[in-house]
Design a protein. Structure first.
Length: 678
């Protein structure tokens, strides 16, 4: 949308003001003077791509470590003749690059901006790692922005002799004559490995330091200092340099920089190596993004690993004769699509003033299938949020967005992945559900798609209603039983666990509930006793399943009929299925005292041994059965306070036989099983 409007001044200005104020809590006067605004969007995308709901990070100790340099936009505003409001100070000042992000997303961790020239993003990454390790923050946003809006900066680089004459960054080539300036806005979300929901790579080590005084001048790199830094880092991390199969070099294509870097790499990585060391530089592909170039290299490596292919360097034809390791073949520039092998990758980033940085990335041996929204190729390997989906269960896909079109695009893409590849489908759905596990602020549209293995997608999208609505559970009574009641729902883990628990409890009173639920005999399931227990067990399991999805009813809205009245109190925190199962009408061979002992044992366990609590006990008696005469003494030893109610059986209006007495009377309201004061 922003790309389509970029040349339409009025529309893009109106859009950015509405978007910033609505999404990122900005003052209406700030968006027009805030640059780069896109950094807020990129941070949001990084968090979502990590499988994290952005709302879950609000108020948490999330650090923001951004890299920047001189603000070209601020220089423009300072020279502007437009009406000034002063908001360009909060919108364009370099220090605000991190603070705007912390403010917009309510991050409570350190908020810092780093400027060490072209290695600034590695400086930010290093201190983010230190902050997480020291406990200053639990996770961190590491990023930066380079927006070229002030032509005098480019003119200064040209006067320095750093820019390529023909506009091509010919890294490591004999004709290299400088770099090409480029723009980038980057954000990474990093956290401890044990907290990661979706992992691209592990940062095994990072180190930055300054070269110090150099005879050739402050802007001339030092091969000796670079080699020393890399050597120290690999010694500290315990990683063997020979395990590194590829190095993403700084590679700016300058006559002074390329030979020094190749010499340092050869000194550390080529001693004892069998075969050439592969190197490349993303600057040949996109230009030099200066203070965020290090993170651009990281992203290139992550993408290359996902595709398992190292992309070729552009504009490389003849090795620079000053790069001895290139000439003799110890180091080889990647010039064609090359398979990506190995677990370790090294990355360089060097600053104009001598601040040098190196990062070691570690990749796992086994990679999962694709999950990201922009790749449908089943041959590409992606880290993912794992999710298990039995093939027999229809798949429910949930999505939310700021606009109806956004939700439509997500659900449509889900269909496309399903139709082109089954490998990454479940993981992609897992990612969608993980990031939408809680309501995302400003996502006004909600949608779902249901796909049965044998049918097409069913899609629905609605606008979110801010006002709360009550949820009603309707429980049916006797007559709703049927053969195979749990046949389809048993595939859901929560439902199955609930049924298994009920089965175990009923086994204690001599009933095989599992056989009743699985029977194909219609007479068996229609018997009064079996029907009552089967319906009750299924309704409790359904309630457990709904509650596991955070779908809870308004207690006043519970609707029950016949035997289903027994389920209503279950949705309160006091009553559990153990109590209900104890109301099963016992076999005549069991003594009344044994049944009551079982009942009180279960209730006592449920109340966490709080025997001083008072409860209401309703004794169920069938026609011809007498109430327990010794109930008072039995209860007194287990509970100090109680209320005893006795109800006789009634005739079932449907079949005419005796049924468990008047469930609607036994459980007339929720208080029938609540604790009462002494």
């Amino acid at each position: 949308m922003m790309c389509e409007c970029v040349r339409d001044g009025f529309r893009i200005q109106l859009f950015k003001i509405i978007f910033m104020c609505d999404k990122f809590k900005c003052n209406p006067f700030e968006p027009n003077t805030t640059l780069p605004r896109i950094s807020l969007e990129v941070v949001y995308e990084a968090v979502v791509d990590a499988g994290v709901n952005i709302k879950s990070l609000s108020g948490r100790r999330v650090g923001v470590f951004m890299s920047t340099s001189c603000s070209e936009a601020l220089d423009i505003w300072l020279r502007s003749t437009e009406i000034r409001t002063g908001h360009y100070i909060t919108g364009c000042h370099p220090s605000m690059l991190a603070d705007q992000i912390s403010y917009a997303f309510n991050f409570k961790g350190p908020s810092c901006v780093f400027d060490s020239g072209c290695s600034a993003s590695f400086s930010a990454l290093q201190y983010a790692m230190l902050a997480i390790k020291s406990g200053l923050c639990d996770s961190a946003i590491v990023g930066g922005a380079n927006i070229n809006t002030f032509p005098l900066i480019s003119n200064a680089f040209c006067n320095l002799g750093a820019l390529s004459v023909d506009g091509k960054c010919k890294a490591f080539d004999a004709s290299a004559d400088g770099f090409v300036r480029s723009e980038a806005v980057v954000a990474l979300y990093i956290c401890r490995k044990d907290c990661a929901k979706r992992m691209y790579a592990t940062i095994s080590g990072i180190k930055c330091f300054n070269d110090g005084h150099k005879r050739d001048g402050i802007s001339v790199p030092s091969s000796k200092a670079q080699a020393q830094l890399i050597k120290e880092l690999y010694a500290e991390t315990g990683v063997n340099p020979l395990e590194v199969t590829y190095v993403e070099a700084h590679g700016t294509g300058t006559k002074a920089g390329d030979p020094k870097e190749i010499a340092a790499l050869a000194d550390i990585f080529c001693t004892g190596r069998v075969g050439p060391l592969l190197v490349g530089s993303v600057k040949s592909n996109m230009g030099h993004s200066e203070q965020v170039s290090g993170l651009c290299g990281v992203i290139k490596v992550l993408l290359a690993r996902q595709f398992e292919v190292i992309p070729p360097n552009l504009h490389f034809k003849t090795p620079n004769p000053e790069c001895k390791a290139l000439v003799d073949g110890r180091i080889q520039v990647v010039v064609q699509h090359t398979p990506f092998h190995g677990r370790y990758v090294g990355l360089n980033s060097f600053g104009l003033g001598g601040t040098t940085g190196h990062v070691i990335l570690k990749f796992e041996d086994v990679y999962s299938t694709p999950t990201t929204t922009y790749v449908l190729n089943s041959d590409v390997k992606f880290p993912s949020v794992p999710v298990s989906m039995p093939k027999t269960i229809p798949i429910l896909i949930l999505a939310s967005g700021r606009t109806r079109e956004a939700v439509t695009n997500l659900l449509t893409h889900s269909m496309q992945i399903r139709s082109t590849s089954s490998h990454g489908y479940n993981n992609f759905i897992g990612l969608l559900h993980e990031i939408a596990s809680d309501h995302v602020p400003k996502h006004k549209f909600l949608g779902y798609a249901v796909r049965d293995p044998s049918t097409e997608f069913e899609v629905a999208i609605v606008e979110r209603v801010e006002s709360s609505t009550s949820v009603h559970f309707v429980y049916t009574g006797l007559g709703s039983q049927y053969v195979g009641m749990t046949k389809t729902m048993i595939n859901f883990k929560t439902f199955n666990n609930s049924v298994q628990l009920s089965t175990q409890l009923m086994r204690r009173v001599g009933m095989d509930l599992e056989s009743v639920l699985q029977t194909e005999d219609i007479q068996c399931i229609n018997s009064l006793q079996n029907a009552f227990v089967a319906i009750t067990a299924c309704q409790m399991a359904l309630t457990d399943l709904l509650e596991s999805l955070d779908i809870c009813p308004d207690i006043r809205g519970l609707k029950t009929s016949s035997s289903a009245s027994i389920i209503s109190p279950q949705v309160t925190p006091i009553v559990s299925k153990q109590k209900f199962c104890a109301y099963f009408d016992p076999d005549e061979s069991q003594s009344k005292r044994a049944v009551l002992d079982l009942f009180f044992e279960i209730v006592l366990d449920n109340l966490e041994k709080r025997a001083v609590e008072t409860f209401i006990f309703t004794e169920i008696t069938d026609c011809g059965h007498q109430a327990a005469v010794d109930l008072h003494s039995l209860v007194y030893f287990k509970f100090m306070y109680y209320e005893h109610r006795i109800l006789q059986a009634e005739k079932c209006m449907k079949c005419g036989s005796n049924t468990i007495p008047s469930n609607s009377k036994i459980f007339h309201n929720i208080e029938d099983l609540r604790l009462i004061p002494p």
